[in-house]
Design a protein. Sequence first.
Length: 275
Amino acid sequence: MIVTTTLTAGRAGRPVGELLREWRDRRRISQLDLAISADISTRHLSFVETGRSKPSREMVLRLGEHLEVPLRERNQLLLAAGYAPAYAETGLAAPELEAVRKAVRQLMAGHEPYPAAVVDRWWNLVDANASISLMTDLVSPALMTPPVNVLRVTLHPDGMAPHVLNLGEWRAHLLGRLRRQVIQTADPMLTELLEELLTYPCADPVPEVEVPGPGDIFVPLKLRHEDAELTFFSTVSTFGTPLDVTVAELVIESFFPADADTAEYLRAYAARGVE
């Protein structure tokens, strides 16, 4: 079943040509470059953007692909052009996504005793393995009321923030990721989230640009847990060939120990949970 969200309905009233031009401007691609990559004439593209020509369904999908428009927004383009959405938005609990759920849980279970979490497009927590409790037990219960937003949990003064030893650096990293996502998706909910996070206090210096220091190879998360100082790096995984909006927007973030002491602490912490 295809679900039309409030965001989709809100944009469907705008002409498809206006939306396409907005995405082209957002991607900083000229009409000529887009026309060449999509194998259409510049004149035809100009007519589509100005509303003088109605694009076919295939043309909308082709332009959306070459503009790297997310699947959710490609459905909006189709609706604006008078066509039905092409990409389903299936609930994660639906039988059709059983293989996806199994794959995600297998990845997270295999990552134990290291923390891993799954988030949706808006950074809401979808699932996590048992080791994520090492981070969430530092957080006020009020922030753990569903839907749990992991960026809010991380940067809120009642969340993980007081326990993050390099808060300025980690905050800059997370906000940079969110800004890039706002640019990529033009999602107003993500814009609101960014504006909210920017109001949170941060006593540490916040770098404007992520500039590596001598020997740095990634931005670490340095976390105080009980009497230990832990250091992590993370990897981000997505599905490679999604054709469903829900699947396309799932992100698995896996945290790894950056040193032997952190690895040993995580093994001991997991053992405590089993006892």
